[in-house]
Design a protein around this ligand. Structure first.
Ligand code: GDP
Ligand code: MG
Length: 598
């Protein structure tokens, strides 16, 4: 296909504004799949994505669209995730594109992620084409929302196409509009091959599959290619596009987006952000600028319930990181929990999803410790340490200063909920930076401690605004703060996996709440269990889980056998996600009790 008839674009939006539905419509309009195959929403293909109704991984599809001018255009589009935890996926997929379709729900209006993703697209030099979706709904207010796009984001929305991804109304107009507005790709096809790896994943049969954008030259099946960072040469065995099913074209030319399989079995043999070049011109073809390295923001210990799973667990993490560069892990050993891994995530949703994938796709039962952000510690000897786990905090006496990460949070909220949102931000130690009124919504900017934002801020924000406020945030700096380690002791033993780093002024209060919560979550056992919270040697709070009087199954004796069996089975299932700490059985929930206090 001539360059002038190719369009590469991403679809960006706030979560639930209809990206995936619109993408499915495009596939249907262009005849990518039969209607039976369309029955299920095709693009969200991971089980977890379907169940949760969210997109986690960016997906690429190539379609042929016969436009009203009679020409056939090749459209490569990438459906991207809308949740703040996955914005790195968005930024990565934008590297493959010249334009971005900004889908805005015409009833909801602009939300924080629409703004954030749109700015990323503009920064990367993309043409942003706004679209007003959900026009079938009675609450759609296209004029107001178009004005909001201009006011809050600052792009012209006067000619934004109005459509309904659900009914199909206006969907062809969207395709026509993007062909007009988004520029075609450029790239010299006679130059030596140069292609950017946008994404890579591991397929059990094929090995590593990479999604690439060819920036110059041609990638042909059978040719020898080199992965720039490793310098290793491979044979391009399979070359093709997603329609959305994989389809071999045996060639990708400059301007194209598609996949290549080159018999790479080592998981890190084709890293995301790397450049593929032709073997013959490997040295003289430069590497393309890769992606900004992203730092995990939330760290937690993950421990297999059964130590037999340790090696499988490490392999699974290895495979997941190929596809998810933001996932960090390193071995960690805990007195209480044994051998596991310290893992770094982009946020709580990311953490939940990784945990769920490990359990489902790799069948590993895990116990997770309370998440923490990363702290900076200046020691009296003048060293600066990064601390991603309370148990790695040096002795109090050797600490000169502790610094916590601060984020800038951008919040959009309808005026009627403004007061509640401000109160919440103040409660979370926020400092207001700016406030901007538009016709209906207020744009608020706060600096907040990251620790207060990553855990439950989002849920609280939603609840104080009846679901109407939206949030985007990013790290800005470390700042000195009065922080201490809060230890938890079970029957007098300090449990490393339960320690927390908290603000000094809140420590007593948190300690009290934490032990109370743990008392509810740790089941009664054959003996009394003392739970204490302490700062250094000073105990701030103490509770006791009283011993059980009788054996639980005792009352079933002589009774019906199947009932007793059921009870035992139930106890066994409950035990799956428990860890033995000393002689006390501690369930998963108790390790995460900190998430349930405020
Ligand atoms: P995404 O998170 O942006 O990918 O959003 P989805 O495509 O998953 O859509 C979120 C929800 O909005 C789903 O329940 C869709 O059925 C619904 N939806 C999407 N487009 C429309 C539309 O044009 N009209 C109506 N009424 N609902 C829509
Ligand atoms: Mg989606």
């Amino acid at each position: 296909t001539e360059l002038s008839r190719i369009r590469n674009f991403s679809i960006i939006a706030h979560i639930d504004h209809g990206k995936s539905t619109l993408a499915d419509r495009f596939i249907q309009t262009c005849g990518g799949l039969t209607s039976r195959e369309m029955a299920e929403q095709v693009l969200d293909s991971m089980d977890i994505e379907r169940e949760r109704g969210i997109t986690i991984k960016a997906q690429c599809v190539t379609l042929n669209y016969t436009a009203r001018d009679g020409q056939v255009y090749k459209l490569n589009f990438i459906d991207t995730p809308g949740h703040v935890d996955f914005s790195y996926e968005v930024s990565r997929s934008l590297y493959a594109c010249e334009g971005a379709l900004l889908v805005v729900d015409a009833g909801q209006g602009v939300e924080a992620q629409s703004v954030a993703n749109c700015y990323t697209a503009i920064e990367q030099g993309l043409e942003v084409v706004p679209v007003l979706n959900k026009m079938d709904l009675p609450q759609a207010e296209p004029e107001r929302v178009a004005a909001e796009i201009e006011d809050i984001i600052g792009i012209d929305a006067s000619s934004a196409v109005r459509c309904s991804a659900k009914s199909g109304m206006g969907v062809e107009d969207v395709l026509e509009d993007l062909i007009q507005k988004i520029p075609p790709p450029t790239g010299d096809r006679s130059a030596p091959l140069q292609a950017l790896i946008i994404d890579s994943w591991f397929d059990n049969y094929l090995g590593v599959v990479s999604l690439v954008r060819v920036t110059q030259g041609v990638l042909r099946k059978g040719e020898k290619i080199v992965i720039k960072s490793t310098g290793k040469a491979w044979n391009a065995d399979k070359v093709g596009i997603f329609k959305p099913k994989p389809y071999d074209t045996n060639i990708l030319e400059a301007g194209d987006v598609g996949f290549v399989v080159a018999g790479i079995k080592a998981i890190h043999g084709a890293p995301v952000g790397d450049t593929i070049v032709h073997h013959k011109f490997a040295d003289e073809t430069p590497r393309l600028p890769g992606f900004k390295k992203i730092q995990p923001q939330v760290y937690a210990g993950l421990f297999p319930v059964s130590s037999d799973d340790y090696n499988d667990f490490r392999d699974a993490l290895d495979k997941l990181t190929l596809n998810d560069a933001s996932l960090f892990f390193e071995p960690e050993s805990s007195d209480a929990l044994g051998f596991g891994f310290r893992c770094g995530f982009l946020g709580m949703l990311h953490m939940e999803i990784i945990q769920e994938r490990l359990e489902r796709e790799y069948d590993i039962d895990l116990v997770t410790t309370a998440p923490t952000v990363i702290y900076e510690v200046l020691t009296k000897r003048g060293e600066t340490l990064s601390v991603d786990s309370p148990s790695k905090l040096p002795d109090i006496g050797s600490i000169e200063e502790m610094r916590e990460p601060i984020v800038q949070a951008n919040i959009l909220v309808p005026q009627e909920h403004l007061g509640n949102v401000i109160a919440l931000c103040e409660q979370k130690r926020g400092v207001q930076k700016s406030m901007h009124f538009t016709t209906r919504q207020v744009q608020l900017s706060y600096e907040l401690p990251m620790a207060e934002v990553v855990l439950d801020f989002f849920d609280r924000l939603k609840s104080v605004s009846r679901g109407f406020a939206s949030l985007d945030y990013h790290f800005i700096r470390f700042q000195a703060a009065n922080l201490v380690r809060l230890d938890v002791l079970i029957n007098g033993e300090r449990v490393d996996a339960l320690a927390l780093i908290v603000h000094r002024e809140l420590a007593n209060h948190k300690g009290r709440q934490l032990v109370e919560k743990m008392k509810e979550l740790i089941p009664r056992q054959m003996f009394d269990i003392a739970i204490q919270a302490a700062i250094g040697n000073q105990v701030v709070s103490r509770v006791t889980v009283k011993a059980l009087r009788k054996n639980v199954t005792a009352k079933c004796y002589g009774g019906d056998v199947s009932r007793k069996k059921k009870l035992l089975q139930k106890q066994k299932d409950g035990k799956k996600r428990m860890k033995q700490v000393g002689n006390v059985e501690v369930p998963q929930d108790a390790f995460l009790a900190v998430l349930k206090i405020d």
